[in-house]
Each structure stands twice: as C-alpha cells, then as structure tokens.
Design a protein around this ligand. Structure first.
Ligand SMILES: *Cc1c(COP(=O)(O)O)cnc(C)c1O
Length: 380
C-alpha cells in the first residue's frame, strides 16, 4: 500500500501548493471575479466567448468549446462524433492502458468499447506499433493521452490513423502548452480534450474543461450538446446535457492563460535540475524524446522499491504522489476487463512516483528533494 501523503507541515516540501500557485495572481483573479460579479451574467457569456477565442489561438486551432470538466470534454468529443455518424455504439476505441480512468470512462459512457494497449516503456505514452497491432474490424478511433505532459508520438499516430481511417483524439488534460515541431498539444488530432482542474498546468479555481478542434461541424455539435442540445433557446436539436464552463471560471482562466508559458518554463527548469542532479542506481529518471517539448505536468521517476522510496522521502518532509496506483483495467469499475493482461502497464503502476513539481517550487525545495533522493538507502 502507498502511504497517503500527510498534511504538509510548514517545513515540508509540498507536492504542489495551489495556494501559492494562485497567490501570484490574486489581485488579477479578484479583479476578474469582481468584473463577473458586477456583470450580472454568469453562464455562457462574454468571458467564456473571450476565453474560447484566446485558448483556441493559444493551441493553434480554429475552435475551443468550454465545458464543465475534462471528462466531459473527452466524452462530448466521442458523443459529437456519434451524432455526426463517425462512431456507432459498440465501436472499438484504442486507449493506453496506462492512463487516468477518465480516458476509459469517456469511452464506456458512450457505449463504445475500450481496447487498452501497452505504452512505450521509455516515454510512458502510446507505442504506435502496439496501436497498429490492436486495430481490428471494429476499430474506429484512437485516444492518445499526453501522459505527464509529454506529447505522444503524434506524427506516427496521425499517419497510422490516416492509413486505417481512424479518428485520432487527444486527451490533453495534462499537456497544456506541450509542443512538438512548433505545434501545441491539441493541434495534432481530429479533436482534443483539456481539463482545467485546479492542479493541471492551466487550472481554474474549480472544475472546467474544453474541447478544441479544427472541425467546425464537431465544434458546433459539442457547443450544442453541452447546453441541452440547443443552439437557440428552448429549441432542442439533440438530447444534450448541461456541462458548461461558467463565466467565473472562464474569467479566472483568462488571467492564468497569460502566464502559462512562463509557468511551463519554470517547470522545465525544475525538471532539468532533477535530471542533472538525481543519480541513484535505483531511481530511474523520465526519458524525454529530444524533439518533444515537455510541459512537465508531473515529474515521474521509476523505482522497483517505490513504496520504500515514498516513505523515505516522506520521512525527510518531501511529499510525493503516485500517478497512478491501479490501472483502469484492474479497477473494480472495469471488472469486464479483468482478463486483459498488460504486464508493462501493471509494472509501471507499481514503480512510478511523482516528485514535487510546480511553477512555485523554489530552488531550496528542489535541493531538498535532490538531497533526500541521494540518501535513499539501496537496501532495506
Ligand atoms: C485530469 C484528467 C482528466 C479528467 O479531467 P477532469 O477535469 O478531472 O474531469 C482526463 N484525463 C487525464 C489524463 C487527466 O489527467
């Protein structure tokens, strides 16, 4: 079992301090909140429209549609494609076995069939060869998860999707601002889902999400589906749902989007220091593809004695987390996937440990993490 990270003592190095993250912009956030409060308009208004324009421009795509959270963003993409006739109930969707459960839930919520595949051991991301091997007669889509903030091999996956006539969807919930060859996460697939959960690289002060796409038909369908399937008030074209990014959150995100690239640059500096200074025979550092520009949502090391390492770091006042302890196909919620064997995925879930990472992590804190790793004893 993993020791659950305890409440941070003042001297502890926190895994991520959301209070510190948002304190940097407190004045701008409060001014934006006041603007919304005073406007008297709280859902589907000008703040959301402006954020959608600004976030689409940031990602380099034509459309962004703000929704209630990242899971709904992913789910609404699939639902939109079902409504547009590109997906049918029972179709198979290839998904990395090594992901947060939301990637699976969006598939099963739409009565589609998840086909989990093993990741590439070095990058933790989809291995195009494993994807190709999993394609069958009912395969219609691939969900690429940019796990931990590193882009999956999108050029290879896009070529494969084209060759087999598959939709390519990005789960970019951990990868706002990650880049490759001058393009940002969200600009590679047919559509991409983002989460603005507070801990993400671009986090709201509550739940939020967005669908981004160049596909105007999909954008329009998702925009209707999130609002009771309606384009015109009280006329309902589709059986939709209620999942909207509200004006307050849109206003918070407009403030924070401004600083996203600076925040990612700080995360890169932390990652570089960890990579330069952590040398331990039992701690494997993340391998980063040269051409990828990692957004470092998480800094994840591997250790075959992961639980001992986590306890040691905790004893030194260093908070860590595990992303994730149990893969989706081994969760009680997915008993029907019990027969699936993904040995690499399962081993990764036993070995991964996320070190403190964030845009407010100071040099002293990074030094303490490095020192605590150095003093991890090689035998129990
Ligand atoms: C956070 C996350 C989601 C879900 O986002 P929510 O806003 O929490 O619904 C989906 N996929 C991945 C990979 C995530 O990390």
């Amino acid at each position: 079992m993993n020791a659950a990270p305890k409440e941070a003592a003042p001297s502890d190095v926190p895994f991520l301090s959301l209070r510190e993250v948002n304190a940097r912009y407190a004045r701008a956030l409060k001014a934006a909140a006041a603007r919304v409060i005073d406007s008297g308009w709280y859902v589907l208004g000008e703040e959301l429209a402006a954020f959608e324009r600004e976030f689409a421009a940031y990602c380099g795509v034509r459309h962004a549609v703000g929704v209630g959270n990242g899971l709904d963003a992913l789910s609404l993409i699939l639902r939109g494609y079902k409504e547009l006739g590109a997906l049918t109930e029972g179709d198979e969707v290839i998904v990395p076995g090594n992901t947060f459960i939301a990637s699976f839930l969006a598939i099963t919520e739409n009565r589609l069939v998840p086909v989990p595949v093993e990741p590439d051991a070095a990058s933790f991301n989809l291995d195009p060869a494993c994807v190709e091997a999993a394609i069958g007669p009912r395969t219609r889509a691939v969900i690429a998860v940019h796990l931990y903030g590193q882009l999956a091999d999108m050029p290879a996956l896009a070529a494969l999707a084209r060759r087999h006539g598959l939709l390519l969807i990005e789960d970019a919930a951990q990868a706002h601002g990650a880049m490759r060859e001058g393009r940002k996460a969200g600009a590679f697939g047919d559509a991409a889902a983002f989460s603005f959960f507070p801990t993400k690289n671009l986090g709201a002060l509550g739940d939020g999400g967005a669908v981004v796409t160049d596909d105007s038909a999909l954008a329009r369908r998702v925009a209707a589906l999130r609002n009771y399937g309606s384009e015109v008030k009280y006329r309902h074209l589709y059986p939709g749902l209620n999942s909207r990014l509200d004006e307050l959150q849109a206003a918070m995100l407009r403030v924070k989007l401004h600083y996203l690239d600076d925040d990612i640059a700080r995360r890169r500096r932390v990652a570089r220091r960890y990579c330069d200074a952590i040398h331990h025979p039992q701690i494997r550092l993340p391998l980063v593809a040269r051409e990828a520009q990692h957004a470092w949502h998480l800094f994840v090391v591997r250790c075959s004695r992961r639980d001992a390492l986590q306890r040691h770091l905790q004893s030194q006042g260093i908070q860590t987390q595990v992303h994730y302890p149990v893969p989706p196909h081994r969760q009680p919620a997915y008993a029907f996937l019990r027969h699936v064997r993904l040995p690499l995925t399962e081993r990764l879930h036993d070995e991964v440990l996320s070190l403190p990472m964030g845009p407010t992590l100071g040099d002293d804190a990074v030094d303490r993490v490095i020192e605590a790793c150095r003093t991890f004893a090689c035998s129990p």
